[in-house]
Design a protein around this ligand. Structure first.
Ligand code: ARG
Length: 579
């Protein structure tokens, strides 16, 4: 709708320009918003206020001229001037009902991408394989997965890239420990955290061990077969831990999406040589650096992007530069989104700028760091175990499932054990994911089991439950969502409000895709569930007065159910038929 209204305004502006009312050469960004208060119509634009000055007119006079010049459109029933010169648009309810009919008839709910579809790299999850996944990896994994799903739904071609940390000095330590304890390696590797700790202990207490670890890194980099064998075995085990978690979390990632840091090894020397050939490198304390005008420290001194250490070693930034080039040239991406902790913001700004300067990516390719804040405990400090350690992701999920189990059991003591478990696991995992997804990614948030498992408020249990209410209407009738004849008619205010919300689904998804912010979709689904609930209370469905009314309401309910289900699925949440 907003697009339609923008086009109508565009046309009105052109008409007024031709008529000489407006000067030539105005091309304002036309803003159209949903109104909060429906007594002021459904959409509003401030265009008359924006253009009053350049037009040399009073805003209300210009608004009047604009209304006169607006082409008629079946979707708009009337347009009024409000306040200092707002244009308020009232939608036509019949046209709205018609749009919902189109959505009902379409598997994709009449959602389309605004603008051309693209090939998009989504860089997500990316744990360091030396250790077990901990809560810090949750946000990247879940938010990245949600956005990737939305992009795909809109028709983009998504290429997931799990840029795991599978290279670097830590691996020398781990390989040395594997060599030293060939038998222990098998059993202990099942708990990577302990294995890492034991290796680190040896590293810290024995200079000989530390020396061997350093030699092993050099050998590994030189391609020594035995080192590579150990390294590969270690990574396989570590990756299988990750995969088990992705599966439990219902995240669309597989081994095929792994493209770790090590994959770029062979290209790192080329990256440095190419930067040098372009005249972008300077030496600083023996290290090779790129200095760029826009990056200065607090004292105003230039900040280096270091791509090669004095000893010859390459860095995280070198690998990321190689990755930008691979994503541009080999993957042919139009856009690359990096779901990585906000604290790496400067790193990405510098890498992106250097990649552009060096011509590693075409000017048309979008590179966007989708940073996120820290997950804190209830005390507002970074989330830790009681004794101050990092919380393993697997422990967190186990606890969520256990808590959900008690909760669901107390609500439905009659459920059999298998179904109880299945529901509890879905609710537990969904609660954790949704709590994360529903906050703006850029802000820090407090992790709180009680809040996320509550059946009230913007939570997974509330939404999953809302969906089961829609599903139960259809179960009682023995029908599914697609089996309702008739036509949507919008009469009661609750029907109109629900319909208006339903018609915004496409716009919401386009917003999520554009900004990489799934919380917009969460807020939408929460509103939708609330509107469905008032509709359900005020507009009887099964006991409706006549068949046409019942069919209309059932069709609205079916579209609500499908939109909720689709929306939750795009967030990576599985709906339940009952709970
Ligand atoms: N492994 C890194 C970390 O744990 C994240 C990598 C993110 N992706 C990237 N292309 N740098 O901090």
């Amino acid at each position: 709708m907003k697009d339609t209204i923008r086009q109508l305004i565009q046309q009105a502006l052109a008409n007024l320009t031709t008529a000489g009312v407006l000067p030539e050469g105005l091309s304002p960004a036309i803003q159209v918003e949903n109104t909060k208060d429906k007594t002021h119509g459904d959409f509003a634009s401030n265009i008359a206020m924006m253009l009053a000055k350049p037009a040399g007119m009073k805003p209300r006079d210009l608004a009047e001229q604009l209304i006169a010049a607006l082409p008629a459109d079946a979707a708009i029933s009337k347009v009024e001037i409000a306040g200092p010169g707002f244009l308020n648009f009232y939608q036509d309810n019949q046209a709205l009902a018609q749009r919902l009919e189109v959505a009902l008839a379409d598997a994709a709910l009449n959602v389309r991408k605004v603008g051309p579809t693209q090939r998009v790299v989504v860089d997500l999850s990316a744990p360091n394989l030396a250790k077990e996944m901990h809560v810090g990896h949750l946000r990247s994994t879940i938010i990245g997965d949600g956005v990737a799903r939305v992009l795909e739904f809109l028709g983009d071609e998504v290429i997931r890239q799990n840029h795991v940390g599978d290279w670097g000095t830590q691996f020398g330590m781990l390989l040395a420990y594997m060599q030293e304890n060939p038998a222990a390696a098998d059993s202990e590797l099942s708990d990577l955290e302990n294995f890492y700790r034991a290796a680190k202990k040896r590293f810290d207490e024995s200079p000989e061990f530390a020396e061997r670890a350093r030699e092993l890194v050099v050998q590994l980099q030189a391609g020594d077969a035995e080192c590579l064998r150990l390294w590969t075995r270690f990574n396989d085990i570590s990756l299988s831990h990750c995969q088990a978690l992705y599966d439990r979390l219902g995240v669309k990632l597989s081994m095929a999406d792994v493209k770790g840091e090590s994959a770029y090894n062979d290209d790192l020397a080329n990256v440095v040589a190419d930067l040098k050939a372009k005249g972008l490198l300077s030496e600083s304390d023996g290290a090779q650096c790129v200095f760029m005008d826009e990056f200065k420290n607090a004292e105003g001194n230039p900040l280096p992007l270091i791509v090669q250490k004095a000893g010859g070693g390459y860095l995280y930034a070198t690998t990321d530069l190689a990755a930008t080039r691979y994503r541009a040239n080999v993957l042919k991406a139009d856009r690359a989104l990096y779901f990585v902790d906000q604290r790496q913001a400067l790193h990405f700004q510098m890498v992106f700028s250097a990649a552009r300067l060096a011509g590693f990516v075409p000017a048309s390719m979008q590179l966007e760091h989708m940073g996120f804040g820290t997950m804190n405990g209830a005390d507002g400090r970074p989330f830790k175990t009681r004794d101050g350690g990092t919380v393993k992701l697997v422990d967190l999920i186990n606890e969520a499932e256990e808590r959900a189990y008690s909760l669901v059991k107390s609500k439905n003591p009659e459920l059999d054990e298998a179904e109880l478990r299945q529901i509890a696991n879905a609710v537990g995992v969904s609660a954790v994911k949704y709590a994360d997804l529903s906050k703006h990614r850029a802000s820090d948030y407090s992790f709180n089991f009680e809040l996320m498992l509550s059946f009230e408020g913007n939570t997974a249990p509330y939404l999953l439950y809302a969906y089961t209410r829609v599903a139960s209407v259809f179960r009682k009738l023995g029908k599914d969502f697609s089996e309702v004849d008739g036509q949507i008619r919008l009469e009661a205010p609750q029907e109109i409000d629900l319909a208006t919300k339903l018609a915004q689904f496409g716009e919401v998804l386009n917003n999520v895709a554009d900004k990489g912010t799934p919380h917009i979709l969460c807020a939408y689904l929460y509103d939708l569930a609330g509107l469905f609930s008032s509709f359900y209370e005020h507009c009887p469905i099964l006991s409706a007065d006549d068949q046409a009314t019942q069919q209309s309401r059932l069709r609205l309910a079916a579209l609500s159910g499908r939109t909720l289900k689709q929306g939750l699925e795009l967030l990576g949440l599985h709906t339940l038929e009952r709970m």
